[in-house]
Design a binder for this molecule. Structure first.
Ligand code: UN1
Length: 511
């Protein structure tokens, strides 16, 4: 059954199909079964797409492995040209793709546009990279010898992405992988297949225009079975997966066991320390975007506030009034700042976490309620919650993928750092302070143990030029900028002898 015309579901389905057709993406017809495409704006299925099983995934991987044999020898700057064209097509279809992201992931329009902008940015970055991927030369200990390294394409890269960044995470991996000479098979979240088909259709257009095989980049729509096939296949040289900590624990041993590489972006339980000297006006703005933005569904969302006892009442008071006025509702509407949670299960988990927090002695200061939005009884809207906690109990140490901000207090910076690092995850962190000693201590080796450490901005909204990822149960991977590209290539060390002698290294004498 599909939603009737005239209903919100019907409107969303028509809008999605129109955006797909402007982009030039075909939605294959589903036979029996298939995956329902459910919009969090209504909680109902808009349409059904075919589900890839093991055989389809195997075929996609084999085609990608075959395409790699030609793609790897295309000059880097020429590969960069394809990525440049992808960036142009994304620019042209920015609003169309953002609309699909809103319909499937529930993001407000500005954040959906921001996600597509992040894709465009990483294309720019990768184009530059395509002319600068390079190795080093090292002095040889032997006369007439040259010691150097080269970076070669790696092979097929498998990308598994989550619903909350349905297209940007693919683009960080794919734009970089393509200039590195790799081919890509992408299994998007089963919640966001249309955004994935649309993104890949643009890339395939760029490939075909330049005369390259489409199989350089393939999408497989599927659920667990499809993901498992990608993880297990020896032809997948690098598996880059974004998702839950549990998913990462299952994926890593399988990929390692077959000698593959993995790059994991798992949970975050990101905190901000608010010091006595903090500019509280600025801190409030940074905190609210990081904690309530994207309805708390970024892996970089702010989940814990560690506030100096001298400013905690003032800060909580200010946050309470901002939270009380946060517009929750249809993410397409002007003025909405908080869209729906991804599904009813996410809302149930949020409400259960709040119950647990209360049982631990916590107080919900504001929010934390289910919100009814007109015409969308099946959607899972909530008001973002601000919760004061007496201690960092189990519920605070877990990642609940919803807008809950737990507030803890501290008296010394040492104590704040201790609390900050005492969680399993290590993705993103921030300190709000005007004291240079505190800021530098937090950034130093005795400060935050995260992969991302910020000063006077929130934990989310990282730029693509830096390496993105985190430590501990977050998985240790780094994607996007800096030297993350190295994970998508294989390093080769070469020693070239251009002399007439054959001196052995380490002074070894052999006959
Ligand atoms: C994610 O939530 O999976 O730093 C990625 C950010 C974005 C990416 C988040 N640039 O919030």
């Amino acid at each position: 059954t599909t939603p009737a015309a005239g209903t919100l579901g019907g409107e969303l389905r028509d809008a999605a199909l129109a955006a797909l057709s402007r982009i030039g993406a075909e939605v294959p017809a589903a036979g029996d079964g298939g995956l329902p495409v459910v919009s969090p704006l209504t909680g109902e299925a808009l349409l059904t797409v075919p589900e890839a099983g093991r055989a389809e995934v195997d075929a996609a991987i084999s085609a990608a492995a075959e395409a790699f044999r030609t793609w790897r020898s295309v000059p880097g700057p020429v590969r960069g040209g394809v990525v440049r064209r992808l960036g142009e097509l994304l620019t042209e279809h920015k609003a169309d793709l953002a609309e699909l992201v809103t319909i499937e992931a529930g993001k407000i329009t500005s954040e959906a546009l921001g996600e597509v902008q992040e894709m465009i940015d990483v294309c720019d970055y990768a184009v530059g990279l395509s002319r600068s991927l390079g190795g080093r030369t090292m002095p040889s200990e032997r006369p007439g010898h040259r010691l150097m390294e080269q970076w070669h394409p790696l092979g097929v890269v498998g990308v598994v992405s989550a619903f909350n960044f349905p297209v940007a995470v693919w683009s960080w991996n794919t734009a970089v992988a393509l200039v590195c000479g790799d081919t890509v098979v992408w299994k998007p979240s089963e919640k966001t297949p249309l955004s994935a088909l649309a993104s890949n259709a643009l890339l395939r257009r760029a490939l075909v225009e330049a005369g390259f095989p489409e199989a350089v980049s393939t999408v497989v729509l599927g659920a667990r079975e499809a993901g498992e096939a990608l993880v297990a296949d020896r032809q997948v040289a690098l598996l880059s997966a974004t998702g839950s900590e549990r998913m990462g624990q299952q994926v890593a041993p399988v990929v390692a066991g077959r000698g593959g590489r993995y790059l994991l972006e798992l949970g975050g339980n990101n905190a901000a320390v608010v010091a006595p000297s903090a500019d509280l006006d600025l801190a409030v703005r940074g905190i609210v975007f990081a904690a309530a933005g994207t309805a708390g569904q970024r892996c970089t969302s702010l989940r814990r506030l560690i506030v100096h006892s001298s400013v905690v009442d003032d800060l909580v008071g200010r946050l309470r009034s901002v939270y009380a006025g946060l517009p929750v509702g249809d993410p397409r509407a002007d003025g909405t700042l908080v869209g729906p949670l991804t599904d009813a299960g996410a809302r149930a988990r949020m409400l259960a976490a709040l119950e647990e927090a209360r049982a631990d002695g916590g107080t919900v200061v504001v929010g934390g309620e289910a919100v009814d939005v007109d015409g969308a009884p099946g959607a899972a809207y909530v008001s973002p919650a601000l919760v004061r906690m007496p201690a960092q109990t189990d519920v605070v140490r877990r990642e609940t993928f919803a807008p809950i901000l737990y507030v803890l207090t501290y008296d010394t910076l040492e104590e704040a750092i201790e609390l900050h690092n005492d969680v399993p995850q290590g993705l993103s962190s921030a300190i709000f302070t005007l004291d240079v000693r505190e800021a530098e201590t937090f950034l130093s080796e005795v400060g935050s143990d995260c992969g991302i450490v910020n000063v006077n901005i929130g934990t989310s909204g990282a730029e693509i030029g830096g390496a993105f990822g985190g430590e501990k149960s977050t998985g240790g991977g780094r994607e996007s900028g800096s030297d993350s590209w190295k994970q998508y290539m294989r390093r080769v060390t070469n020693t070239v002898n251009y002399s007439t002698e054959l001196p052995l290294a380490q002074g070894v004498n052999f006959g």
